[in-house]
Write a protein that binds this ligand. Structure first.
Ligand code: FAD
Length: 415
C-alpha cells in the first residue's frame, strides 16, 4: 500500500537516524527506511564506540617514507590493502595523499571543527531524550605509546590540541598503572578527557531510533536501490510495505550511498576504508576501564557490553570483496602483549566500511541537480561521533533555518 511523507531518510545508521530525529523535531513528517528494518546494524554497529570530541585532526595518508614502505609491503598492522583493488582505488588514494599534504590537511581540520566542537553536545541532547545514558561513559580515552620517539610525538601532538580548550593529561607509567592496572607498562600515554564512549554503539543508534518512533516517526524496511523520481518531482522509495512517496529524500546510506548517487549521475570520489572487530574475554582478575589506542600499531581496545572489543585500522579494498581479517590476527598478537585478553568471543571477525572522501570531510547538503535530494554521508572514521551534529545541520538547511555553521565546506559541489 502506498504511503506518503514529507521526507524519506534512507539508511538507519547513526547518521540517518540522527537526521530523521532532527527533521521530525522541526515538524517534518519523516520516515526512515533501512533494508534491515532496524537501526544501527551495519557500520554503526561495530565501531570503537568513541564520541571523539578530541579528534580535531583527521586521519591522514602517511607521508613518512618508512611508514609508506611498510604499508607498501603490507607489513603494517595499521593498514592493509588488497593488491587486486589497487588499479580501482589508486586515483582515490592519490587524491587522499594530496589532500593530506601540510596546509591542505590543516584547512580540512579547520573546516571540520564546527562539527567536532558540537558533537558531544548534540549526542548529549539525544542521549537524554532517548534514555541511553547508562551505556555512555565520560572518562575519556587513552593513547598508549610504546617507544620514546612515538611518545614524544604523541605529547607534541597533544600540546597542539591544548589550544582547542581540550582537557588533556600526560600519563607516565605510574599514572597509567593507577588508571589501568591490568595494562603492561608502556613508555607513556596521553589521556583525552573530553572524549565520551559507549559500551554498545548499536544500542545507542537503536535507542535514538526508538525515540524517533515514540514521537510518531515511521520506520520501514526495504531495499531502496529501486527508488525513482515521479513525474511530479517527488521520490518513490520501495519498501516492504509498498512505495513510500516523499517530497524530500535524504541519502544517509553510509558506505552504500553510491548505490543511489551514482545512478542519479553524481560522480563523487567516494571510497571505503574497511575495518574489523573481535570481542575477547578477560583473564581472571584483569579489568579494562577506558578505551585505549595502541598508538604505535593503530588498533583500539575498548570495554564493551559483550567483552573487550578490538577494532582494527584501515583496509583498502573493494567494499564488497570477501573479508580478509589479517589485521585482527596481527593486532591480537600485539594486544596480548599489552593486556591479558582471554578467548575470542565472536565466531568470526565483524567487518565494516568507513565511508570516505579524500578530503576527509563528509557531504552534508543539497544535491545540485535534483529538486528535493539531500546528501548526508562520508563521515569516514567519525560517523558515530558526527551523526547527530550532521543531522542538525542538514535539518536546518532543509527547513530554511539559520544553519549553526556555514555549510559551505560540506557542499557536494566541492568535487
Ligand atoms: C572498525 C571501525 C571503528 C570505528 N570507530 C569509530 C569510533 O570509535 N567513533 C566514530 O565516530 N566512528 C567510528 N567509526 C566510523 C563509524 O562507524 C562510521 O563513520 C559510521 O557508523 C557511519 O554511519 P552511517 O550511518 O553513515 O552508516 P551505517 O551505520 O553503515 O548505516 C548505513 C545504513 O544504510 C543501510 N543500507 C545500506 N544499503 C541499503 C539499501 N540498499 N537499502 C536500504 N538500506 C540500506 C544499512 O543497512 C545501514 O543501516 C569506525 C568504523 C569502523 C569500521
Amino acid at each position: 500500500m502506498q504511503q506518503t511523507a514529507d521526507v524519506a531518510v534512507l539508511g538507519a545508521g547513526m547518521v540517518g537516524v540522527s537526521a530523521a530525529l532532527h527533521l521530525q523535531a522541526r515538524g517534518r513528517d519523516t520516515a526512515l527506511v533501512d533494508r534491515h528494518g532496524a537501526a544501527g546494524l551495519e557500520t554503526s554497529f561495530g565501531n570503537a564506540g568513541l564520541i571523539e570530541r578530541a579528534s580535531i585532526f583527521p586521519y591522514l595518508f602517511p607521508r613518512d617514507l618508512g611508514d609508506l614502505f611498510r604499508y607498501a609491503l603490507n607489513l603494517s598492522p595499521q593498514a592493509h590493502y588488497h593488491f587486486a583493488a589497487l588499479p580501482g582505488i589508486a586515483p582515490w588514494l592519490w587524491r587522499y595523499f594530496r589532500e593530506s599534504a601540510p596546509g591542505r590537511a590543516e584547512r580540512h581540520a579547520h573546516d571540520a571543527l564546527p562539527l567536532v566542537e558540537r558533537c558531544l553536545e548534540e549526542h548529549d541532547a539525544l542521549i537524554q531524550l532517548s534514555g541511553a545514558g547508562d551505556i555512555v561513559r565520560r572518562i575519556g580515552w587513552i593513547k598508549l605509546y610504546r617507544s620514546d620517539k612515538t611518545l614524544a610525538k604523541g605529547i607534541a601532538d597533544a600540546e597542539t590540541l591544548r589550544s582547542f580548550s581540550l582537557r588533556i593529561e600526560t600519563l607516565d607509567t605510574a599514572a597509567l598503572a593507577a588508571l589501568e592496572p591490568s595494562l603492561s607498562p608502556v613508555k607513556g600515554a596521553v589521556h583525552f578527557l573530553d572524549t565520551a564512549s559507549v559500551a554498545d554503539p548499536s544500542a545507542v543508534a537503536q535507542s535514538y531510533a526508538d525515540l524517533f518512533q515514540r514521537r510518531g516517526g515511521r520506520f520501514l524496511a526495504g531495499d531502496v536501490r529501486g527508488l525513482q523520481q515521479t513525474r511530479d518531482g517527488r521520490w518513490s522509495v520501495p519498501t516492504h510495505e509498498g512505495a513510500l512517496i516523499a517530497r524530500d529524500l535524504v541519502v544517509a546510506l553510509g558506505p552504500w550511498s553510491d548505490q543511489i548517487f551514482r545512478p542519479l549521475g553524481y560522480d563523487l570520489p567516494f571510497a571505503v576504508k574497511r575495518g574489523y572487530h573481535m570481542h575477547y574475554g578477560v583473564a581472571e582478575g584483569a579489568r579494562l576501564s577506558h578505551p585505549v589506542l595502541d598508538a604505535d600499531n593503530g588498533y583500539v581496545l575498548a570495554p564493551m557490553t559483550r567483552g573487550v572489543r578490538l577494532t582494527t585500522g584501515a583496509e583498502f579494498a573493494r567494499r564488497d570483496a570477501p573479508p580478509t581479517p589479517v589485521q585482527v590476527d596481527r593486532d591480537e598478537a600485539l594486544a596480548r602483549t599489552l593486556f591479558p585478553l582471554a578467548e575470542r568471543l565472536d565466531p568470526k571477525p565483524w567487518m565494516g566500511c568507513r565511508p570516505c572522501f579524500p578530503d576527509m570531510l563528509p557531504v552534508i547538503g543539497k544535491a545540485p541537480r535534483h529538486e528535493g535530494l539531500w546528501f548526508d554521508f562520508g563521515h569516514q572514521h567519525h560517523g558515530f561521533t558526527l551523526g547527530p551534529v550532521s543531522g542538525r545541520l542538514l535539518a536546518e538547511m532543509m527547513t530554511g533555518e539559520e544553519p549553526f555553521t556555514d555549510p559551505t565546506p560540506y557542499r557536494v559541489e566541492r568535487f
